[in-house]
Design a protein around this ligand. Structure first.
Ligand code: SF4
Length: 217
């Protein structure tokens, strides 16, 4: 099926509406960061009633788990699903962050996708988050489509939207954790850094492997 001619100014709502019509089995992986919370709200407004997938690595901040619970309560029409590798506390992140992410983040989602086989994923990434994401389009082709309705939204616009609609943003965000991952691998962002600079800082790693690299979904 040919893609619609989305332009930079296309509304995220229009992209989501197209995604729902084209991929009724759409699912939404989410870490419940600012982008993810905005996307959940927008998708719910357009009529998304599918699964929101959260991978619990066992190392999340309590604030993140509480954010998930607040979202599940607010958006009761969506189906919040928590996936987990169910691994013991092996502290692998101390010696092998790639191996730890592969086992705790990527593997549970891969197992889910292998079983359920959704044709597309609704994704909350945006271009402004980091230089690695500076070119992402609204729709990425691959083994399964990734649809990025927020691709062209700026952090300022996302924050305005969240405040205007009183969204339950992870409170760590307002303390400078512009991208919140696992507690051992996340610090607050410093002035002038991009939004994901606090993830695996100083470890030469910028993505968990869900969206780029050999294991990308
Ligand atoms: S972010 Fe850190 S703790 Fe979380 S899965 Fe990756 S390496 Fe492990």
């Amino acid at each position: 099926m040919s893609l619609p001619s989305f332009e930079a100014g296309t509304s995220p709502l229009e992209v989501i509406a197209w995604a729902l019509e084209t991929h009724p089995d759409l699912v939404m992986p989410s870490a419940f960061n600012l982008n993810g919370v905005v996307l959940i709200d927008l998708a719910a407004r357009v009529g998304f009633r599918g699964e929101v997938l959260f991978v619990d690595t066992g190392y999340h901040f309590p604030e993140t788990l509480a954010t998930r619970d607040r979202l599940a309560e607010r958006y009761a029409s969506l189906d919040f699903v928590t996936l987990s590798a169910d691994l013991p506390d092996d502290r692998l992140f101390l010696t092998d962050v790639d191996g730890c992410c592969a086992a705790r983040k990527v593997a549970p989602l891969q197992a889910y996708l292998a079983e359920k086989r959704p044709s597309a994923l609704l994704n909350a990434r945006s271009r402004e988050q980091t230089t690695d994401r500076a070119e992402i389009p609204f729709v990425e082709e691959g083994a399964r489509r990734k649809i990025n309705p927020l691709a062209h939204m700026t952090r300022t616009t996302l924050e305005q939207y969240a405040r205007h609609h009183d969204l339950p943003v992870n409170p760590l965000y307002w303390d400078g954790f512009l991208s919140v991952g696992c507690a051992p691998c996340t610090r607050a962002v410093r002035p002038g850094e991009d939004a994901r600079a606090g993830r695996w800082a100083g470890q030469g790693k910028t993505e968990c492997g869900l969206w780029v690299g050999e294991q990308a979904l």
